[in-house]
Design a protein around this ligand. Structure first.
Ligand code: GLN
Length: 196
């Protein structure tokens, strides 16, 4: 299996390290040609403004949009989640517009802009998942075709899935818990079984 990791800016090295731990080939993707032959793509956390500018500059945005429409599984974490959204509140960032979610950037404000909390994520099993939030976004609204995977105690949505698109407001790549990445790899192999 080959999972490309968008390496425009941000925490791509950490995703590559986790995928390598899971014995998955993880080429960094900076140019459209590097998307050739990937079975899935991870869009990491970082600054969504910079990542979106670089995606446009290197002609990656339209290529990724087309591949996603043809069934390419994509996992977006933090800024990556922002970029997957249909709509970003109060922001000039142009998202890829692939998931039926509305997100708010930097939703926790300056005072508590980073924190760690245990999250209940039933699809990953009973054990809570370590949620590392860094200037994190939240999902303000999700369409009925979106599966909600995790909420904070105050019911704010922080992880979701729509078809083969997976989004987390936090950073599973900064923990030693591999379950979120494994879940994504399952989504990728499910798809290939049906020849997608
Ligand atoms: N605050 C960043 C943004 O709006 C996201 C932070 C992150 O990816 N850790 O793009």
């Amino acid at each position: 299996m080959r999972i490309g990791v968008l390496a425009a800016q941000g925490a791509f090295a950490e995703h590559i390290a986790i995928l390598n731990k899971l014995e998955v080939e993880a080429p960094p993707v900076r140019l459209p040609s590097e998307l050739k032959g990937v079975d899935g793509l991870i869009i990491p956390g970082g600054e969504s403004t910079s990542i979106s500018q670089l995606m446009l500059a290197y002609d990656l945005a339209s290529k990724i949009r087309n591949l996603a429409k043809n069934g390419l599984p994509i996992f977006g974490t933090c800024a990556g989640m922002i970029l997957l959204a249909k709509e970003i509140l109060d922001s000039k960032v142009e998202p890829l517009g692939l998931m039926d979610i509305v997100v708010r950037r930097n939703a926790f404000g300056r005072q508590v802009d980073s924190f760690e909390t245990e999250l209940a994520i039933p699809v990953l099993g009973e054990k809570p998942f370590p949620g590392v939030f860094i200037r994190a976004p939240i999902i303000k609204q999700a369409n009925s075709n979106v599966e909600i995977l995790a909420r904070l105690n105050n019911s704010t949505i922080v992880a979701a899935r729509q078809g083969k698109l997976l989004a987390a407001a936090f950073h599973p790549e900064l923990t030693s818990d591999l379950r979120f990445h494994k879940h994504f790899l399952n989504i990728v192999t499910e798809g290939s079984k049906f020849g997608l």
